[in-house]
Design a protein around this ligand. Structure first.
Ligand code: NAP
Ligand code: ZN
Length: 386
């Protein structure tokens, strides 16, 4: 049994400013990796820039990271970062820019390598990474993983290297600009991390501390998610309807709890990895364009049913921590807040074949599972048309 969690985490309001000296200690030329718009809109980018400007630290911003970033994107960005001779990388945004920052930091530190090294098992180190999340789902700020889209294989996969950020600065205020759907999808990703980590080949008592605490925290967020999924009209507000935004539906304390649940869930999967719902999700994200958290959450109830065929006790433990009487109730709740996904019979067959070929992910499931088991999870979770 082992435990390893080398990232220093601050979760508090204004933590970027509060811990500026620590942020500055990781290098003297910064390469900032972020998405197209959101970090500018939610203030996280300006918070970082004001610190770098005040300390006269040179920086370059790469703000062209797409959702589910590709190998091609990180390769292009790493080339720009190398030319700039940055010596540390700051990722700001959702899981996409944070994962991209890790892969970019690896490529920048190893100029002799090309993109092929991302998926080779070699001993390579990366430049230091500082991670500033602005969504409440992936936990990438505390995990060693960096999931990239591999167009050559028409799917997504985490790179072969473990890159833990040196520093994670987690501030719920950056969620103020997030839509209800972004909060819901990313919060469900955090749920998937807790469930898959708790029901996992590598689950142990250390990791239970994180997955079980994350599940009980998530259970407390269920009424909040129900409220925001019902939309602004369902919420009493002193603001007139036209002035309300999704942000008005959440208190500062809610936002901090969403961030905490996400970070704790990240700490859980950092010890185990994710499992079958994530493996199947990569197919419907790549092919159907379903956002990551929704793509994972839609499979959770059926995954738990499958698991319960071998170990009902652990599944009941997960349900009781969440406060749901049965997997049917959990599944109905998730469908209500997420909606449904439709695929064809041919896609169902293809996705089952691809998951069966993913032997490393299959090994995360503690029992034997055959293709029929995978098809059962898919069929119970999605609408399938001819
Ligand atoms: P994301 O793909 O990073 O971002 C989704 C969208 O949300 C983007 O359009 C982004 O806009 C916007 N956005 C981000 N923060 C916002 C905010 N505060 N307000 C308003 N809009 C905001 O979403 P994600 O779900 O966080 O990350 C998903 C990725 O993480 C997937 O590739 C998944 O595979 C990966 N992942 C990694 C791990 C891990 O352990 N490393 C775990 C789970 C998932 P901009 O583009 O303008 O920024
Ligand atoms: Zn995930």
């Amino acid at each position: 049994m082992q435990f390893f969690a080398p990232t220093r985490v601050y979760l508090e309001k204004d933590c970027v400013a509060n811990h500026k000296n620590e942020l500055l200690s990781y290098g003297s030329r910064a390469f900032i990796i972020t998405g197209k718009h959101s970090s500018k809109a939610n203030g996280s980018l300006d918070d970082v820039l004001s610190i770098l400007d005040e300390a006269s630290v040179p920086y370059l911003i790469y703000n062209d990271i797409e959702e589910n970033p590709s190998v091609e994107t990180v390769t292009k960005a790493a080339g720009i970062g190398k030319d700039f001779q940055a010596d540390f990388v700051i990722g700001i945004g959702g899981g996409s820019p944070l994962d991209a920052a890790k892969a970019i930091a690896l490529l920048m530190a190893n100029p002799q390598e090309d993109a092929g090294c991302l998926y080779e098992s070699k001993e390579l180190t990366a430049l230091p990474v500082v991670a500033i999340p602005t969504t409440c789902g992936t936990g990438s700020e505390v995990t060693p993983n960096a999931v990239l889209t591999r167009h050559a294989f028409k799917t997504k996969k985490s790179i072969s290297h473990n890159i833990y950020p040196k520093l994670a600065l987690v501030d719920g205020k950056y969620l103020s600009s997030a839509s209800s759907n972004l909060i819901i999808h990313t919060a469900v990703d955090a749920l998937a991390h807790c469930v898959e980590s708790r029901l996992h080949t590598k689950a142990n008592v250390y990791n239970h501390m994180f997955s079980e605490y994350g599940l009980s925290l998530w259970g407390k967020l269920v009424p909040v998610l129900e409220q925001i999924s019902a939309g602004p009209d369902a919420v009493p507000s002193s603001l007139s309807e036209k002035d309300r935004t999704p942000a008005d539906l959440l208190s500062d304390a809610d936002r901090e709890t969403f961030m905490l649940a996400s970070t704790v869930a990240g700490m859980a999967i950092a010890q185990t990895s994710t499992s079958l719902p994530h493996a199947i999700s990569y197919e419907i994200t790549y092919n159907q364009g379903v956002p990551h958290g929704m793509a994972c959450g839609i499979f959770l109830a059926a995954y738990m049913d499958e698991y319960a065929r071998n170990n009902a006790e652990d599944v009941n433990r997960v349900l009781s921590l969440l406060g749901f009487p049965s997997t049917d109730d959990l599944g109905a709740f998730l469908r209500k807040i997420l909606g449904t996904v439709t695929i064809t019979e041919a896609e169902c067959d293809l996705y089952a074949d691809k998951v069966m070929a993913n032997t490393s992910k299959l090994s995360t499931y503690p029992f034997a599972i055959d293709r029929d088991g995978i098809v059962r999870i898919i069929r119970r979770s999605l609408t399938i048309t001819a």
